[in-house]
Every structure is written in structure tokens, then in C-alpha cells.
Design a protein around this ligand. Structure first.
Ligand SMILES: C[S@@+](CC[C@H](N)C(=O)[O-])C[C@H]1O[C@@H](n2cnc3c(N)ncnc32)[C@H](O)[C@@H]1O
Length: 398
């Protein structure tokens, strides 16, 4: 954790300098390190000799054990990163635009991600084995019938694609909402696959929708994954992990062990509003509305907006004090209905206990809802690493 120790002394105010220095420090001992040599100047200016830093043995020994390298685009809070680190991978580059997500990322990985991907030149990204990107879903304006690389210009997928094109990683994992399949009448996904397969020349098996509930977390979350391997590696077959057995875990297994703050309990006024809202919608034949998850049940997908929190309410009778701790309308409800806490959401996404949020609850919910279920990405990553390791030539760059 070197950057953390130096941060105060350095007192850098430019985001790019923070990114450069933290990436430089984190990649010591890796080929990728030379991509960040501008950091040496920044360090020397602050009277920190880079020689002294590279003699930090503990860090170098830890780094030398890594099996492969990867980059983390649209990094969010690094859910995909955790999965790949668990498999022995080393992250050599990260990018994220949201300032609160960056705070959480830096706090947990001691690395300040580079900002807007649109401003990142593909040449400046170091070589890597696996590219990760959970890019936001956007429509393409397709000029001809084909729908390819050029048509994706101006979108965030294009930015991931141009980095793939330039750096030619052995493999990639792209993640998106299930709705990508039907987005713009299926044109969006078709264009993505056409670009990856025919313009970028990758072997891309049919994308797969995977549900977190089959990966040992009690959350019903479906996401689409697109995996690809560089054509010259001659990978002929890739099997996504199977959705074998539904988890035996239930909400109870992720529930907070202690009494939670009264702030998570709904006001009676709000609960009433939710009930009315649900009734209205049921009459119209819409099933959606608030939902109370039984302790032995499985949570709905945790999402940002779209009633993400209200569709995952629980009853928790352990409340000790009904005095409101926030500005609420009315009183705290006496049925003991509460929201799940960020810690419970963190567990529903399979994040490790030591992962922390140095941001408000609102931001933490948003960040977790935007993130991935770690064990799902890890199961896919494991399959990819096994495929690459089996190839005759050793292609990994770590
Ligand atoms: C669906 S989330 C991905 C979350 C991530 N996979 C994780 O595990 O936490 C998409 C992320 O892309 C980021 N993003 C959107 N536009 C961006 C841009 N222009 N440059 C960099 N990041 C961007 C968003 O802030 C958001 O955190």
C-alpha cells in the first residue's frame, strides 16, 4: 500500500498526476510500469527518489507471484477487478469517470483510476492479457446494413473497442444488462458482435446471460457476458460456467448480525405510499412495486433507480429505538420494515468483508447496484485463464 503512505506528502492536485503516480507505484516490477514513467518526474519534484521506492521488497515479491495482467475499464468500484485478483491477476490500468466511484476505488485498491475513457489515448494503455469492461449500453446510428466498428464511433463501446484494437489483449470480458439482447431491436448487440468478430478479429462465442443466484449469492440478478479471444490464439471452444445448482444461501445469510440504525427503517407515511402505489399498479396489471423479501428468500436484483431499494425490503424486528434519526415524514413504521443496508448489498454482490465505502450511503447503494457479482465474473475469468494457460505458447505477459 505505497501510494496511501505517500499521498499526504505528495499532495497532488491534478487527477492525472494521482492516476500516474498510483499506477506507477502499483505496477513496479511489471512491464506495464514504463507506461507511467512520467510519474518519476513528479516524484523527484517532490523529493522522493524512485530508486528508493523500487527497493520496497515486500511489494515486489508480492507482484512477482502474479499469473497474468488485466485492465479495468468502466471500473466502477472494481467488482471485476476483485474477481480477477482472486484468480492471481495483476491490474495494470484502470479508468473511471465518476468522482465518488473513484473515491471508493482508491480507498480499496490504493489506485486512482484514470478519468474519462474518451480522453485516453489507446497508445498510452500498457500491454495486458485480459481486458475488462462493463460499459454502459448505448444505441449506435448505423449508416449501412452491416453495423460495424465505424458505426460505433462516439459511444463508450467504441472506446473499449479501439483499445482492444490497438493493444490486442489475449482475451476480454464485457459485461452488460440483460436488456442489451433486445436493445434497439437487437441491432446494438449485433453491431457489437460484428465489430468484435469481423473488424477486430476475435473469436467470440455467443454471449451468455448468467444469474447470480447460481453462483452462491442469494440475489436474482441476470447479466449478459461477452467473452472473446484473439483469433491467432486459435481457441476453438469456450464454455461459459454452467448455472448448475441454485444457491442454498438465503437473505438470512447476508443479513447484518447486529441491530441496524433506525435510519434504514421506513417511515409509516412512505410505507403507506408504497402500498398505495402497488395497489394502483396491480389494478392495471403491472406486477411491480415494493417487495418484502422473506428471510429465507432470495433478493431481487439490486439496481440503481427503478425501485431498486424498495423491491428489496425486509422485516427486521430487532429495532430498539423508534425515534427517527433522519428527517422523515411521520413516524418510523411499527411493522419493522426496513431497507437492506449497504453491507447487505455488498454481500449480495459477493464483495469481501474488508471492502469499505468512504462515501455516503446513497453513493454506496448506487455503486453496488452498478457493480457486478464478484463470483460470477470470477467463474468466467477462471474459465478464460484455464483456456489461455492450456495454449501451447505461453502468451501471458505478467
Ligand atoms: C455498469 S458500471 C461498471 C461497474 C464495474 N464493472 C464494477 O464492478 O463496479 C459502468 C461505469 O462506467 C463509468 N463510466 C461511464 N462513462 C465513462 C467514461 N466516459 N469514462 C470512464 N468511465 C465511465 C460509470 O461511472 C460507471 O461506474
Amino acid at each position: 500500500m505505497i501510494y496511501r503512505n505517500l499521498k499526504e506528502k505528495l499532495n497532488l492536485d491534478k487527477k492525472k498526476d494521482k492516476a500516474l503516480v498510483s499506477h506507477y507505484l502499483n505496477t513496479l516490477g511489471f512491464k506495464a510500469n514504463k507506461a507511467y514513467n512520467e510519474a518519476e518526474e513528479i516524484l523527484e519534484k517532490n523529493n522522493i527518489s524512485s530508486e528508493k521506492i523500487s527497493k520496497n521488497n515486500d511489494f515486489m515479491i508480492k507482484n512477482s507471484e502474479k499469473k497474468f495482467t488485466f485492465i479495468d475499464l468502466f471500473a466502477g468500484i472494481g467488482g471485476m477487478r476483485i474477481a480477477m485478483e482472486n484468480l492471481g491477476g495483476k491490474c495494470v490500468f484502470s479508468s473511471e469517470i465518476d468522482k465518488f466511484a473513484v473515491q471508493t476505488y482508491e480507498y480499496n485498491f490504493d489506485e486512482h483510476p484514470f478519468g474519462d475513457i474518451k480522453e485516453i489515448e489507446e497508445e498510452s494503455v500498457p500491454e495486458h492479457d485480459i481486458l475488462l469492461a462493463g460499459f454502459p449500453c448505448q444505441s449506435f446510428s448505423i449508416a449501412g446494413n452491416r453495423g460495424g466498428f465505424e458505426d460505433t464511433r462516439g459511444t463508450l463501446f467504441f472506446d473499449a473497442a479501439r483499445i482492444i484494437d490497438k493493444k490486442r489483449p489475449s482475451a476480454f470480458i464485457l459485461e452488460n444488462v440483460k436488456g442489451l439482447q433486445s436493445h434497439d431491436g437487437g441491432k446494438t448487440l449485433k453491431t457489437i458482435l460484428n465489430t468484435l468478430r469481423n473488424d477486430l478479429n476475435y473469436f467470440v462465442p455467443e454471449p451468455k446471460v448468467l444469474n447470480s443466484r447460481y453462483f452462491n449469492v442469494p440475489q436474482n440478478r441476470e447479466r449478459i457476458f461477452i467473452v472473446g479471444f484473439r483469433q491467432d490464439l486459435n481457441v476453438e471452444e469456450f464454455r461459459y460456467p454452467k448455472e448448475k445448482k441454485e444457491t442454498n444461501l438465503t437473505f438470512e445469510d447476508v443479513m447484518e448480525e447486529e441491530v441496524v440504525s433506525t435510519k434504514y427503517y421506513l417511515s409509516n407515511t412512505y410505507l403507506e405510499t408504497l402500498r398505495k402505489h402497488k395497489k394502483r399498479h396491480q389494478k392495471k396489471g403491472n406486477g411491480f412495486g415494493y417487495e418484502i423479501i422473506p428471510h429465507d428468500g432470495i433478493a431481487n436484483a439490486i439496481i440503481v433507480g427503478g425501485m431498486g431499494r424498495e423491491r428489496n425490503l425486509i422485516i427486521d424486528h430487532r429495532i430498539e429505538d423508534y425515534t427517527p434519526v433522519t428527517n422523515i415524514k411521520g413516524e418510523v413504521n411499527r411493522e419493522d420494515v426496513r431497507r437492506m443496508t449497504p453491507i447487505e448489498w455488498k454481500r449480495l454482490q459477493g464483495f469481501p468483508g474488508k471492502f469499505e465505502f468512504p462515501v455516503s450511503d446513497t453513493q454506496a447503494y448506487k455503486q453496488l447496484g452498478n457493480s457486478v457479482t464478484v463470483p460470477v465474473v470470477q467463474a468466467i475469468g477462471d474459465k478464460i485463464v484455464k483456456v489461455i494457460e492450456k495454449l501451447e505458447e505461453r502468451v501471458l505477459t505478467a
